[in-house]
Design a binder for this molecule. Structure first.
Ligand code: SAM
Length: 277
């Protein structure tokens, strides 16, 4: 995958992609990430990238010309008549559609993703109209610039590219993953994952020592009973999702056993709330 990032702060990206999974993916040639300094595409002595907003009001707006010139140098402006289906120009914006794991998976099948980072009050809207394929927000809060959002999106997308994670099941059976909880476990074998997902949050993880500050690792994880471990993890994933992100349960893939367990949690919740809900 080719990723291009358009920014007025290219040095911002010195570091975020030089560690762990991303660094390995770059070294292996799975992804190439290039930053483009919008100031290099200005034509005045002061390398001006912003100007006052038409209509008055707060702050400054990123001018369209440097962005257009940069996109033109990349063959993306004007929008090619037959733009390859497997490339997208993405505007980072608090006004965008929510970036989720499902959107990350959509981007991960593309050959090229171009990320446009706003600053100040944002970019001149005509760039959005003329060349952007989608507008994405990483959450309901306002950042000072699109650079952090771009780094978040790149990280989430690159780890989904084939070959980046050692075990492809890692991304299927983690929080928000698409792994089907109904997948058969063959007794005696090591299960594919034991066993979250189907759109739930992940279950809690533990490592050595078996006891830390007086708190032991749950007994079930210390035995070799894969069926019991799988059931315990599934229930903890359901519990976490129920408590922290009940909205995810609407779209989750749930088994009959999951639904029964959730109704127990609901009853418990009502009892804890003194029967008020
Ligand atoms: N005036 C804008 C508004 O109220 O929606 C906020 C502009 S913000 C200070 C500057 C830039 O940060 C935006 O153009 C965008 O690129 C980026 N940004 C801010 N919040 C973001 C978010 N939640 N997701 C993605 N990008 C964001």
């Amino acid at each position: 995958m080719q990723v291009d990032v358009l920014t007025i702060f290219p040095h911002f990206f010195t570091g975020p992609f030089d560690h762990g999974v991303l660094s390995r993916a770059r070294k292996a040639g799975v992804v190439s990430i290039e930053t483009h300094d919008l100031r290099a595409f200005t034509q005045d002595r002061h390398r001006t990238v912003d100007d006052r907003p038409f209509g008055g009001g707060e702050g400054m707006v990123l001018k369209p010309e440097p962005i257009w010139n940069c996109l033109e140098s990349l063959g993306l402006a004007p929008r090619p008549a037959s733009a390859p289906a497997k490339q997208q120009v993405v505007l980072l914006s608090a006004q965008g559609a929510r970036f989720t794991q499902a959107v990350a998976a959509e981007l991960a099948v593309l050959d090229r993703v171009v990320l446009l980072c706003g600053r100040y009050e944002g970019i001149d809207e005509r760039i959005n109209e003329l060349v952007c394929d989608r507008e994405l927000s990483i959450g309901d809060y306002v950042l000072s610039g699109g650079e952090l959002a771009a780094a978040v999106i790149i990280d989430a997308v690159v780890r989904l590219l084939p070959g980046v994670l050692g075990n492809p099941d890692s991304s299927r059976f983690e929080s928000f993953g698409a792994g089907d909880p109904g997948e058969e476990y063959v007794p005696g074998s090591v299960p594919p994952s034991t066993h979250g997902s189907g759109g739930l949050l992940d279950y809690p993880h533990y490592t050595r020592p078996a006891e830390f500050r007086g708190v032991p690792v749950p007994q079930v994880l210390q035995g070799g009973d894969h069926v019991a471990i799988r059931r315990w993890r599934r229930q903890r994933a359901l519990e976490k999702t129920f408590r922290n992100r009940p909205d995810l349960l609407q779209r989750a893939i749930l088994t009959e056993a999951d639904r029964k367990f959730l109704s127990v949690l609901e009853v418990q919740g009502r009892v804890e709330n003194g029967g008020s809900s």
